[in-house]
Design a protein. Structure first.
Length: 275
């Protein structure tokens, strides 16, 4: 059975894993290697199963341990060419990815990584480049979109194929507006290359979800401008306005910022949840 776990989701560090009994891949490496290995051991994930590391973009909270993890576990690192260049420039990445372990992905082009079929797609954000990933395995389609300024039609198509979805719900608009951030930072966060707010996250789910979507995880919540229960309540309220009932039509969970969340079993959906 395929499982999903988040080792951290927020500005302090992001890292996720998809794994089965004999295969695993990681998405982003913004959590310390020793901490990650400790958590993985506690949850029964042998790091020897991990064969690939996918990177979404080159901001420090997603990549600060990419080189160290790649070197220690001999992991090939998959990212776009611009993200690889950005990681080389980023001073937070002390240990750079070895040239022999660099792999390049192109949005829209699928690659086979062990038992996983991985398709990157473009996501707007103010990094060197940024992608989401559609990952197919064992009859399920998993999609992860983090650090997104807005939801494009292309992103919507990938959301529409997902059985399991990780989607950013970074901030509450009123909390951000009335909060302590300087105006230039508020403007950056709310821009089309910034971060997705709770309402926009919910609208994207409602607009693009298919009848086979079983579970949504809200990710990358701001510590200062959001709260887990507020994010959940906002998303559930918006979905309800479209006739979609959380807990009945699909499951909503919020990923913890600095601690593991999961693991979750990803079970293929055989029937429409709306039947």
């Amino acid at each position: 059975m395929l499982k999903f776990i988040s080792f951290g989701s927020g500005s302090s560090g992001n890292s996720y894993a998809l794994y089965s009994d004999n295969d695993a891949l990681m998405i982003d490496a913004g959590v310390g290697v020793r901490t990650l290995k400790k958590h993985a051991k506690n949850y029964g994930l042998a790091m020897t199963r991990v064969h690939s590391l996918l990177v979404t973009h080159d901001h420090a909270d997603h990549i600060k341990c990419v080189g160290s993890m790649s070197h220690e576990l001999n992991l090939p690192v998959y990212a776009t060419e611009e993200v690889h260049k950005g990681m080389d420039r980023n001073y937070c990445v002390v240990h750079k990815v070895d040239a022999s372990l660099r792999r390049y992905v192109v949005p829209g082009n699928s690659v086979e990584l062990g038992s996983f079929r991985v398709t990157p797609f473009t996501v707007p954000h103010d990094s060197s480049d940024n992608v989401g990933y559609q990952i197919e395995a064992q009859g399920i389609t998993f999609c992860i979109i983090t650090d997104a300024g807005r939801v494009t039609e292309e992103m919507g198509q990938y959301i529409g194929r997902a059985n399991f979805l990780v989607l950013e719900a970074n901030h509450d608009v009123e909390m951000l507006r009335n909060g302590p951030y300087p105006e230039h930072l508020k403007t950056r966060i709310q821009s089309g290359s910034g971060h997705l707010n709770n309402q926009a996250c919910a609208e994207a789910i409602a607009q693009y979800m298919n009848e086979q979507l079983r579970h949504v995880w809200l990710c990358h919540l701001s510590e200062e401008n959001n709260h887990p229960e507020l994010a959940r309540k906002t998303v559930e309220t918006v979905l309800r306005s479209y006739g979609i009932i959380a807990g009945k039509d699909l499951q909503i969970d919020v990923l913890k910022r600095t601690m593991p969340t999961g693991p979750y079993d990803l079970v293929p959906c055989q029937l429409s949840l709306f039947d």
